[in-house]
Ligand binder design. Structure first.
Ligand code: AMP
Ligand code: MG
Length: 348
């Protein structure tokens, strides 16, 4: 494999990166959600490189990225009317639709499923890369499997520096959490993963949308059929043990965060705290990172994964996290935090 090249100056470089994709290589690229690890979605060998580089379990399917909704027929066997409505409303954007797979999409891309997940990302470099490559681009988050998703090119370099051909550096991603995954193969549609497009926004367009029970599960789902295989794995985790403090009352949560940090510190542990701006005012202990205001879940989402990686660099033994309300973008934040905590949830 050639040495990883970090590209910063499109469009000449984008042409090179598009060529790498056409030739079956791996290109990490920025999107509006997190950085993706791209390969030609129709090329089994290229897609196998994604799974190998990330150490991703083979039954965890990939999202296929298109430059335009007009390209849907390349990968999807049939397009329900809801998909057209949603695409015109939310694409380009952080909404992934699960639809019937076309035979041309190899099973390795879909984790063995007869459905394929697709979206059009809202990022000019991603769109131009896909357009120039001329192929649908499979792109999971560009992190080692299980680690926090990358929101900068430096995060990609940290995890996959020696395993990808090209990294396109587009600066920090805007949204910071992954796309919403919506299964349109059942009626009513099922929200499989909360993300940048909120449940509330989807219900406004579609009427009823069922929330998959695994999304807010307080325990790992290990048995029975899992509709979105990615959901069953521990994810987004820093190296330290994570304690997620949850409850109804914001002040009680903040108080419990501080007392738990004190208990862990007294036990001799190096403690990190991930707090809201309001909660941080109460924190007397630990290395405190502030995600943003409680009233601004977008700021909390944007900084979440970078903060989890910072705790790794600070080499803390334990991270105490202040939970927020699971509404709007807060639902995606809490879903990621529960997984990062390995469901180690402390009720305040
Ligand atoms: P990632 O690419 O790491 O952001 O993860 C992609 C997510 O989309 C995972 O949670 C997958 O389980 C989910 N996903 C992808 N394809 C499908 C599919 N065909 N059916 C259900 N979920 C899917
Ligand atoms: Mg991922």
């Amino acid at each position: 494999m050639m040495r990883t090249v970090v590209l910063k100056c499109p469009p000449d470089d984008l042409e090179k990166a598009a060529q790498v994709l056409r030739e079956g290589g791996l290109v990490a690229f920025p999107t509006e959600t997190v950085y993706g690890l791209g390969a030609n979605a129709l090329d089994e060998k290229a897609v196998a490189k994604i799974f190998h580089a990330k150490g991703r379990p083979p039954d965890n399917p990939l999202i296929v990225h298109l430059a335009s909704a007009e390209d849907l027929p390349q990968v999807v066997a049939s397009i329900p009317p809801e998909a057209i409505v949603l695409a015109s409303r939310f694409w380009p954007g952080p909404l992934t639709l699960v639809l019937p797979r076309k035979d041309e999409v190899p099973l390795i891309t879909t984790g063995g499923l007869e459905t394929v997940a697709v979206r059009v990302p809202d990022h000019p470099l991603a769109l131009e890369l896909i357009r120039r490559s001329g192929v649908p681009v499979a792109g999971p988050s560009a992190n080692l499997s299980g680690r926090p998703s990358p929101t900068t090119a430096a995060h990609v370099l940290e995890d996959l520096g020696d395993k990808v051909d090209v990294i396109i550096d587009g600066g920090p991603t805007g949204l910071g959490v992954e796309s919403t995954v919506l299964d349109l193969t059942t009626s009513p549609p099922v929200l499989l993963r909360p993300g940048g497009v909120t449940w509330e926004a989807l219900e406004e367009v579609l009427g009823k949308v069922i929330l998959d029970p695994a999304i807010l599960a307080k325990e790992p789902i290990e048995e029975g059929p899992v509709r979105s295989p990615g959901m069953k794995y521990r994810h987004y985790a820093p190296k330290a043990k994570v304690y997620l403090v949850e409850g109804q009352d914001e002040e009680r949560i903040a108080a419990r965060v501080d007392s738990l940090a004190a208990e862990l510190a007294a036990a001799g542990l190096k403690v990190g705290v991930l707090a809201t701006a309001e909660g941080a005012a109460r924190c007397g202990r630990g290395l405190v990172l502030i995600g943003g205001s409680r009233r601004d879940p977008a700021a909390l989402a944007a900084s979440l994964f970078a903060h989890l990686r910072t705790f790794d660099r600070l080499d803390v033994d334990a991270v105490v996290v202040e939970g927020i309300k699971p509404v709007g973008l807060g639902l995606a934040v809490m879903n990621r935090l529960r997984k990062a905590a390995g469901y180690n949830i402390i009720e305040a």
